[in-house]
Design a protein around this ligand. Structure first.
Ligand SMILES: Cc1cc2nc3c(=O)[nH]c(=O)nc-3n(C[C@H](O)[C@H](O)[C@H](O)COP(=O)(O)O)c2cc1C
Length: 134
């Protein structure tokens, strides 16, 4: 696969679990020779022009994507609609996964997504901010 036909994993992670999931996906794809880049929104804002397939991954916070990923999606809806799009979420309430896909993604992006999955979640209670423990 050439750089013009490459995959971007674009993730945000507050406490590290989603980043671990993203690294695992990155490694699986890289190991089979796929040209893939891992973009952590805490460190960089990727240029979507470089990719034709995008995997968005983030934790669910109060029914939405964790803010940096939510903001990235809102700012790039038009471009995301031109990509092959897959999404993974991490969350602890797996019974609400179907609702979360819809509440985390703008409708057009949701409809343009060819694959969605939930990779479970990890809540490290001792790391949470006091406000998050309520
Ligand atoms: C502030 C906050 C809000 C959360 N809200 C939800 C929620 O609405 N539904 C849910 O299933 N999990 C919720 N979670 C759990 C996270 O989605 C889960 O712990 C995720 O795996 C954390 O990923 P991270 O380690 O990459 O930050 C919340 C966690 C935090 C810290």
């Amino acid at each position: 696969m050439t750089a013009s036909k490459s995959i971007a994993i674009i993730c945000a992670s507050k406490y590290g679990f989603t980043l671990l999931c993203s690294l695992a996906i990155f490694k699986k794809l890289a190991d089979v020779g796929v040209y893939v880049s891992l973009n952590n929104l805490a460190e960089e804002t990727p240029d979507l022009n470089k990719y034709d397939t995008v995997i968005l991954g983030g934790p669910i916070h109060n029914g939405k994507f964790f803010r940096p990923l939510n903001k990235f999606i809102q700012n790039n809806v038009e471009q995301l609609l031109t990509k092959q799009l897959a999404v993974f979420i991490t969350c602890i309430d797996e019974e609400r996964v179907e609702d979360y896909y819809k509440s985390a993604l703008p409708e057009a992006v949701y409809l343009n997504t060819f694959y969605k999955t939930c990779l479970g979640g990890m809540l490290q209670f001792n790391k949470l901010h006091p406000i998050e423990k309520r």
